[in-house]
Design a protein around this ligand. Structure first.
Ligand SMILES: Nc1ncnc2c1ncn2[C@@H]1O[C@H](COP(=O)(O)OP(=O)(O)OP(=O)(O)O)[C@@H](O)[C@H]1O
Ligand SMILES: [Mg+2]
Length: 288
């Protein structure tokens, strides 16, 4: 896996016009070709950080760098940046505006001046990826919330960005839909080497589909490392208004309250199974 940096921030400070400090000295590096989970409670600064990666929210101090170059906030620079760095907003109503699903997904491609057959091919491929083909002719305002989230994602995927910023992609989706969306994002990252940043509260999803975690609190980064290391940082996770995945919490209780000695810890069902199976083997060989 590559460890080169795709996006980086140096002392990034961003302030909204009403004076709210959303990012208060963020130093962070997002690795190329990996999926990073951006975790934190409400108001921690996750959406603000994604908006700063896309050049929408400009720094009051510090810098955002893409491939080690400072963002260029000129009209041309931003146009280029947004072709390379796609963002799917937390609220799909902020993203969708055309009258039909097909038109909405094709909008960015038409703006690029691509020939019609290319536009059609890319729109159809994107619709297939997120399973919204049957909605193509439907007016956007008649879609359910979850359908809107998928269509917004298709519109960004159709642009084939090398960096995908997703703000709460699973919020409001049913469990099967949330799983499907994360699964194909993982597939895209693996097949196209895409760099993905996912802002989420979904602490169960993060260890299943993400490589690294960045935990934010009040505009600062508290923790940034491999996701498997996060489970060792319980206090930080809780300080940020989050909780551990249920499986990690169960294993913690078994150790602290019930006197179990476990050969490690885990955040997922498959991780916990491995631990329990290794204990079973030990018990059986001791008993034999
Ligand atoms: N347009 C805005 N104008 C003023 N303040 C804002 C604006 N958008 C966000 N903020 C403030 O910036 C801070 C960070 O908000 P942000 O939306 O980045 O948090 P978040 O981590 O995405 O939260 P959530 O989990 O609720 O989506 C908050 O204090 C919020 O009130
Ligand atoms: Mg947000």
């Amino acid at each position: 896996m590559s460890s080169s940096s795709m996006l980086k921030t140096n002392g990034l400070r961003c302030v909204w016009p009403d004076g709210t400090v959303a990012l208060d000295g963020v130093d962070l590096s997002i690795r190329a070709g990996e999926v990073t989970a951006l975790l934190g409670g409400n108001g921690a600064g996750k959406s603000s950080l994604l908006l700063s990666f896309n050049g929408i929210f400009r720094p009051r101090a510090g810098r955002v760098l893409l491939r080690d170059e400072s963002l260029d906030y000129s009209a041309r620079g931003l146009k280029e940046l947004r072709q390379e760095v796609g963002i799917v907003f937390q609220n799909p109503d902020a993203q969708l505006f055309a009258s039909s699903v097909y038109e909405d997904i094709s909008f960015g491609l038409c703006n690029l001046g691509l020939p019609e057959p290319d536009v059609r091919r890319r729109v159809e491929a994107a619709m297939e990826l997120v399973s919204v083909e049957e909605l193509a002719r439907k007016p956007v305002h008649h879609l359910s919330f979850g359908q809107k989230k998928r269509v917004a994602l298709a519109g960004v995927l159709a642009m084939e960005p090398s960096v995908l910023l997703l703000d709460e992609p699973t919020a409001g989706l049913d469990p099967k839909g949330a799983d499907e969306v994360m699964r194909f994002i993982r597939d895209l990252q693996r097949s196209r080497g895409m760099t993905v940043v996912v802002a989420t509260h979904d602490i169960e999803m993060a260890p299943l589909f993400c490589d690294r975690a960045c935990v934010m609190d009040r505009g600062r980064v508290l923790f940034e490392d491999e996701i498997s290391v996060m489970v060792e940082q319980r206090d930080l996770v809780r300080q940020a208004g989050l909780r551990l995945p249920r499986i990690a919490h169960l294993l913690e209780i078994l150790v602290t309250k019930d006197g179990f000695t476990l050969p490690g810890t885990a955040m997922t069902i498959s991780g916990a199974r491995k631990i329990l199976k290794s204990m079973k083997e030990k018990w059986e060989s001791n008993g034999a």
